[in-house]
Design a protein around this ligand. Structure first.
Ligand code: ADE
Ligand code: ZN
Length: 326
């Protein structure tokens, strides 16, 4: 007897994806060899065995350490190509891709090397993979507001390649209000704004992202459910929430996928979509996230189609391109 053929993946946009979080152990070791970087792991299996996290910080420690293998424009182009190939196989038609320039500049990699390398791959994405893309430059919230401002200014020559700014890294103790000025500057330059909020941090951080940073979307946002007035606001304005179910379980926001509030968020009328966050570390790409929530939470085909539709509604697309995807 043969296996039943796999159902074709549901076409979706992916709006919450850290390109550095797509660095698979195989590519990490290949780049380490090529660049003469010593990794503190003897093998790919030993590295993978370290992917057992207790919270966001325990993941970030490994995430920042492993990206030390990314040195050249070619490295960043290869990383993006590897993601795009996997993404297409998982149903992705449009990807809005985060990158963390401060994590590279701090290691002596110029911001232009990062952006030019990523852009080289993304330029080929429509033809090579059938995927349209956007780039979102994130500021590390555990670095200073001054560092974010300096990073924004260093990126000015490349702003034509960048659609939005974002905010990521260690959330608790680093509220959105810390970054009011750089978000104002980005908006004045014509960029869209997003921010991680309400992943580990409290609902108050989601309020700040909305009212102080003026974001167009919230990344994660799952803790909004602790604040009825906040849910009402997010529903009234149909603010998109880029939810990452497998990430939330790996980083112990929820103990088990069966405990994930995605069905409650859909029922509340929130504009939620499903994303992979850091798929090389969290056990699955976006199609795997859809399959996992379908199986663990019993989401029916209508709910899955709503999630996919929400992803295109939430994307930074012109209306003609969006209409083609809906
Ligand atoms: N950087 C990469 N993944 C992240 C996440 N899930 N939360 C905050 N910062 C991140
Ligand atoms: Zn994230």
């Amino acid at each position: 007897g043969g296996c039943a053929p796999h159902a074709p993946a549901l076409p979706t946009a992916e709006l919450h994806l850290h390109i550095e979080g797509t660095l698979e152990p195989e590519l990490a070791f290949a780049l380490a060899r090529r660049n003469g970087v010593a990794l503190p792991y003897a093998s790919e299996d030993e590295l993978r065995a370290a992917y057992s996290f207790t919270d966001l910080q325990s993941f970030l420690n490994l995430y920042y350490a492993l990206m030390d293998v990314l040195r050249t424009e070619e490295d960043f182009a290869e990383l993006a190509h590897a993601y795009l190939a996997r993404a297409r196989a998982q149903g992705v038609r449009h990807a809005e891709i985060f990158f963390d320039p401060q994590a590279h500049v701090a290691r002596g990699v110029p911001i232009g090397t990062v952006i030019d390398g990523l852009a080289r791959a993304l330029d080929q994405a429509p033809e090579a993979y059938g995927i349209t893309t956007r780039l979102i430059m994130c500021f590390l919230r555990d670095e200073s507001a001054e560092s974010a401002l300096a990073t924004f200014e260093a990126a000015r020559p490349w702003l034509g390649r960048i659609t939005a700014v974002g905010l990521d890294s260690a959330e608790v103790g680093n509220p959105p209000s810390k970054f009011r000025e750089v978000f104002e500057r980005a908006r004045a330059a014509g960029l869209k704004c997003v921010a991680h909020a309400g992943e580990e941090g409290p609902p108050g951080y989601v309020w700040e992202a909305l009212d102080i940073l003026g974001v167009d979307r919230i990344d994660h946002g799952v803790r909004c459910l602790e604040d009825e007035a906040l849910v009402a606001r997010l529903v009234a304005d149909q603010v998109p929430l880029t939810v990452c179910p497998l990430s939330n379980v790996r980083l112990r926001v929820y103990e088990d996928l069966a405990d994930h509030p995605l069905p409650a968020m859909l029922a509340a009328g929130l504009r939620v979509c499903v994303n992979s966050d850091d798929p090389a570390y969290f056990g699955g790409y976006v199609g795997d996230n859809y399959t996992a929530v379908r199986d663990a939470l019993g989401l029916d085909p209508t709910a899955l189609r709503t999630l996919a539709r929400n992803s295109f509604l939430a994307a930074f697309l012109d209306e003609e391109t969006r209409a083609g995807y809906l």
